[in-house]
Design a protein around this ligand. Structure first.
Ligand SMILES: [Zn+2]
Length: 90
């Protein structure tokens, strides 16, 4: 029996626009790391990648249209205070 790998999903967060998009999911830790190694340097100013833990395999083929990814990102403490479209007015 092989040990089950934890799965990761990758979110691209845009600080300028205060929104995020889904980049990839069902990534092994190695795949997620190699993605970051390859693409982090190409990010524009104010953009960053956030890697989140998946609790289970996501059946949707594309992360961009994956509801489970959106739910995970919404629940994540790392994005929780960063609403996608709404800006709170003081
Ligand atoms: Zn997903």
């Amino acid at each position: 029996m092989t040990e089950q790998q934890p799965l990761k999903l990758i979110v691209a967060y845009d600080r300028n626009r205060n929104d995020y998009s889904l980049v990839a999911h069902n990534q092994t830790p190695e795949e997620a790391q190699s993605f970051l190694d390859q693409w982090t340097r190409h990010l524009r100013e104010g953009n960053s990648f956030v890697v989140l833990e998946q609790t289970k395999w996501h059946a949707t083929e594309k992360a961009q249209s994956c509801r489970a990814c959106r739910n995970t990102a919404a629940r994540s403490g790392q994005l929780q205070s960063q609403p996608k479209f709404v800006r709170r007015k003081e």
